[in-house]
Design a protein around this ligand. Structure first.
Ligand code: PLP
Length: 234
């Protein structure tokens, strides 16, 4: 799982998607959850528009990208052809790209600091478009990683909702790569409950079943669907 060495062909991609969906359903049933509560975000970063089109043909509608510019190059025409396509930003967002992000994305999962929250609120008021936001929590408290510290999450959520009136739906995390993700997933879920937020985005190709068992409402899966990522352009 998640260790394919090549980018998937369209046929392979359809089989991968079906297998991932089946595993999500099985993990949900195991946890006595309704599989319909879990949204699969297909992470298409670095893959071409043709492969995204193949995923759309296989019925996938929710996609995740980590760079605003790359998503701007790939998605506007696809969004016109598929009005129910839902695009999530899952990577770090610079304040000077807030306007572009608000214009293009349906969900912004990487809200991680007051300055960005203010910029998003300003842009939403200006554009009249309100993409749902998730606060990224640095559950491992890794110095190099984005996200608010777990102890600060509640205050930050209150600030975004209260002072800025941002549309805030939930929390997101990327656990440290070398650690057992389960305690991080459990922590994120608890924090979301404490904040009264319904959405919990956690779990990637290597651990999405664990995330579903621990309450994920969104899993972000790239490699297990699209195969290995082509090397980014230098
Ligand atoms: C790339 C990425 C993913 C998907 O990772 P895979 O291991 O390929 O499934 C999920 N979440 C974020 C934030 C990512 O950047």
């Amino acid at each position: 799982m998640g260790t394919e060495e090549r980018e998937a062909s369209p046929e392979r991609l359809a089989r991968n998607l079906a297998a991932v969906r089946e595993k999500i359903s099985a993990a949900a049933r195991l946890a006595k959850r309704d599989p319909a509560e879990v949204t699969l975000v297909a992470v298409s970063k670095t893959h071409g528009e043709d492969l995204v089109a193949a995923a759309l043909a296989a019925g996938q509608r929710v996609f995740g990208e980590n760079r605003v510019q790359e998503a701007q190059a790939k998605f506007p025409s696809l969004k016109q052809r598929f009005p129910d396509l839902e695009l999530h930003l899952i990577g770090p967002l610079q304040t000077n790209k807030a306007a572009d992000a608000v214009a293009l994305f349906d969900v912004i999962q990487s809200l991680d600091r007051p300055k960005l929250a203010r910029a998003l609120a300003k842009e939403m008021a200006k554009q009249g478009r309100r993409p749902n936001c998730l606060v990224q929590v640095n559950t491992g408290e890794e110095p190099q990683k984005a996200g608010v510290a777990p102890a600060e999450a509640e205050d930050f959520v209150a600030f975004c909702r209260g002072e800025l009136d941002l549309p805030l739906g939930g929390l997101m995390c990327i656990p440290p790569a070398e650690e057992d993700p389960a305690p991080h997933f459990a922590l994120l879920r608890r924090l979301a409950e404490r904040c009264g937020l319904p959405l919990v985005s956690m779990g990637m190709s290597g651990d999405f079943e664990t995330a579903v068992e621990l309450g994920a409402t969104h899993v972000r899966v790239g490699t297990a669907i699209f195969g290995a990522r082509p090397k980014p352009a230098p």
